[in-house]
Design a protein. Structure first.
Length: 285
């Protein structure tokens, strides 16, 4: 699904930073360096390459490198603002659902360990070939993650838990609880009340979600008076016989009751990603 909800400001071509340092240098200057001007035909020197348009669209709904870069920068700023410690200071990061590196690209220069996991062979092959700082790891749906217990002090997962059936959702929460070290910080994006309200009120958002109107109404009833978890299966380009894929809405009460069994719920950044997706910040026990 695309979260194409706006963009970032344009950087000046006069910006000069030691790009070889990447995220290990000046954080804001590094992000600014990654924003492409409208007339850019290629990424500036020192900036990670962009995936082919087909893979970019498959993972995000975007096709233009400038938009892909802008989304990545926006996400990094949102996560850093919600984080109890600056993102570059983590030692071992799991990017669960790495896709083709919308966030991972911006960790160039990271001095710790960065692992990107994904179920799609194409995504893993591209990341492995193009992002040298990322350890690309293929996962299998509904199978134990290929990582040892308590091995990450940060987990980032964008646009994964917003698309899972409840059974898969709970399975992967358990797996992330297993691989997160005590005190680790997790950033998981979800569709919450704000996403539901915008889908009901804005035709563009409703069309982007690509779900029936009656299913959206039923999801609203579930969030407002039911269990707080609504999953609407889709039959689209990301649907697979290996796993259920669709649009998921969860209430804050559900997050506190179900996620709170596994983690401390530290914060919920409502609309943190493009004023659309919430980011739940968790602390591992």
């Amino acid at each position: 699904m695309s979260e194409s909800m706006g963009g970032e400001g344009q950087r000046s071509l006069a910006v000069t930073i030691p790009v070889r340092e990447g995220i290990a240098g000046d954080f804001e200057a590094w992000l600014a360096q990654n924003l492409l001007p409208p007339d850019a035909s290629a990424p500036p020197e020192g900036i990670a390459p962009f995936p082919p348009a087909e893979l970019m669209h498959n993972t995000t709904g975007l096709t233009e490198p400038r938009d892909f870069a802008s989304h990545g920068v926006h996400f990094m700023r949102a996560l850093n603002a919600l984080s109890p410690t600056a993102l570059p200071n983590f030692r071992s990061v799991l990017d669960f659902g790495v896709g083709v590196g919308r966030v991972a690209r911006l960790f160039h220069g990271f001095r710790g360990r960065y692992v990107g996991m994904d179920v799609d062979d194409r995504h893993i092959a591209w990341v492995d070939s193009n992002l040298a700082h990322v350890q690309a790891v293929k996962t299998r749906p509904r199978r134990r993650l290929p990582a040892i217990d308590r091995s990450f002090d940060a987990v980032i997962s964008i646009s994964v838990f917003s698309h899972l059936s409840e059974a898969d959702h709970l399975f992967y929460l358990d797996e992330l609880a297993r691989v997160a070290a005590p005190g680790a910080v997790l950033f998981l994006s979800v569709h919450g009340e704000q996403a539901l309200r915008r889908a009901q009120a804005e035709e563009r958002v409703f069309a982007m979600l690509d779900i029936p109107a009656d299913a959206l109404d039923a999801a609203a009833e579930t969030l407002h008076g039911g269990r707080g978890y609504a999953f609407i299966r889709q039959n689209g380009h990301l649907t697979s016989a290996a796993y259920d894929y669709g649009i998921t809405f969860v209430s804050q009460d559900y997050v506190h009751s179900e996620w709170g069994r596994r983690f401390e719920v530290a914060a919920i950044g409502a609309g943190a990603l493009h004023d659309f997706q919430d980011v739940v910040v968790l602390r591992a026990r």
